[in-house]
Design a protein around this ligand. Structure first.
Ligand code: FES
Length: 110
């Protein structure tokens, strides 16, 4: 089972977090199952970009980025080379280190 390390985020995970999650689970589900309430405004269908995360370690182990995901990511706040939509990125066997961006597109608009 891969181990997920989440870097501290002021609201969602003030102390950061480390937990195991089953292979094939989406990063978004894994975060929520571990009480990290990441936004998922479209219901995890890859249509909003609010679930954006940056995968600092283990990026290459994830399933491939689809065209639709790439398009949505273009709208994400704080896009990085290793950005993913957490609802579309599925865990493999490798451990991950994940950063939760400071804002989502929803916050950025406010
Ligand atoms: Fe909307 Fe992931 S929850 S794109």
């Amino acid at each position: 089972m891969p181990k997920i390390t989440v870097l501290p985020h002021p609201e969602l995970a003030p102390d950061g977090a480390v937990f195991d999650a089953p292979e094939n689970m989406s990063i978004c589900d894994a975060l929520q199952h571990n009480k990290i309430d990441i936004e998922h405004a479209c219901g995890q269908v890859g249509a909003c970009s609010t679930c954006h995360v940056v995968v600092l370690q283990g990026f290459d182990s994830l399933n491939e980025l689809g065209d639709n995901e790439e398009d949505m990511l273009d709208q994400a706040w704080g896009l990085q080379p290793h950005s993913r939509l957490s609802c579309q990125a599925r865990l493999a066997q490798e451990d991950l280190t994940v950063e939760l961006p400071k804002y989502t597109i929803n916050h950025a608009k406010e």
